[in-house]
Design a protein around this ligand. Structure first.
Ligand SMILES: Cc1ncc(C[n+]2csc(CCOP(=O)(O)OP(=O)(O)O)c2C)c(N)n1
Ligand code: SF4
Length: 312
């Protein structure tokens, strides 16, 4: 699959460009859902007209965090739960970058939950993909924020007593302007949703159901999914906040009953992103940080003096 670059010279972009030159052997287990995310991303970015040198992937810690080792773009493997602040900073410093943040449900909804809430609230302009396998994968299957109530693991051998996090509702209520759910069992739907998320101006959150055949064989991630945007039984308008909220509740109730509902649940194209709001009130510099400090005319010596003066 190929497309034309939106920025710079018009040319065809091949999926293979996103495969690293020295192709690493992924250490993901055979059958892991993380392969589905990689495939969908490699499909979506060229079709959205983005080249690897216009793209930055920022990942958290976990099996999912290895994504940017197998993906040819700029990459930043952050500490656990901190992908979003790094992605925010990168996008603010260089708005020309296509920023994709990614990580597990433990990383994003647990240790990084506070960053998730505030990134959605402020509507930062990038895509966030959460590999939701309902457990901590890398550390061998402990209960995570999305593990269903009653889920048994080594950390909860009698079954989790807690209600799981409902990521779609959380995201909508916090303020994300694009919220979707897809599943690794359907890389085509995933590719289309990632493409829409990339093209969306604002915080685009995709809860990506990924199976972990090694530690979480009970998850419903394997069952056939229903696309709520395509199926006539689900008549709702994703631009209507109340209808989207009701649809999300239904989806999140249904997930652990064996019915996996996926699709684009909410989109608000009118809400300005954080960057747009800052520009409107004059708080964003005219030139992005990435360009201001690294052009030929920049006086390095003077800037060092100013820095020292400021910090006396
Ligand atoms: C601050 C910190 N706490 C704990 C860990 C240990 N740790 C590494 S990965 C991980 C869980 C990852 O689970 P998840 O985010 O769901 O990703 P997955 O491996 O399932 O893709 C934990 C707890 C760590 N690396 N850093
Ligand atoms: S432990 Fe689970 S999440 Fe991690 S690579 Fe293996 S199958 Fe994937």
């Amino acid at each position: 699959m190929s497309a034309f670059s939106a920025i710079g010279e018009q040319r065809e972009i091949e999926q293979e460009e996103y495969t690293p030159g020295i192709e690493p052997q992924p250490t993901w287990c055979p059958g892991c859902g993380d392969f589905g995310v990689l495939k969908a991303l490699k499909g979506a970015l060229p079709e959205a007209g983005r080249t690897p040198d216009e793209t930055l992937t920022v990942t958290g810690i976990g099996c999912s965090g290895k994504l940017n080792s197998y993906f040819n773009s700029y990459g930043f493997h952050t500490i656990h739960g901190r992908a979003l602040p790094v992605a925010r900073a990168a996008k603010l410093a260089n708005p020309g970058l296509e920023v994709i943040a990614a990580g597990g449900d433990g990383d994003g909804y647990g240790i990084g939950g506070n960053h998730f809430m505030h990134t959605a609230r402020e509507n930062h302009d990038f895509t966030y993909i959460v590999f939701n396998n309902e457990i901590f994968g890398l550390t061998k299957g402990q209960t995570s924020p999305t593990s269903p109530k009653g889920h048994k693991s080594k950390t909860q051998p009698h079954g989790s007593a807690k209600e799981p996090v409902r990521p779609l509702s959380l995201s909508l209520n916090a303020g994300a302007s694009f919220v979707a759910r897809t599943a690794a069992v359907n890389p085509n739907q995933a590719k289309e949703l990632i493409k829409e998320a990339i093209e969306h101006d604002g915080f685009a959150h995709i809860d990506f159901l990924t199976q972990c055949p090694t530690w979480n064989k009970d998850a419903k991630q394997y069952v056939p999914y229903i696309d709520v945007n395509e199926n006539d039984d689900y008549d709702f308008d994703p631009t209507n906040r109340d209808e989207a909220a009701a649809m999300m509740r239904e989806t999140e109730e249904a997930l652990h009953e064996g019915e996996v509902l996926t699709g684009k649940f909410y989109v608000d194209e009118d809400r300005p992103s954080y960057q747009q709001e800052k520009q409107q009130i004059g708080e964003m510099p005219e030139e992005p940080l990435a360009e201001r400090y690294f052009d030929d005319s920049y006086e390095w010596e003077r800037s060092a003096d100013m820095f020292i003066d400021d910090h006396k």
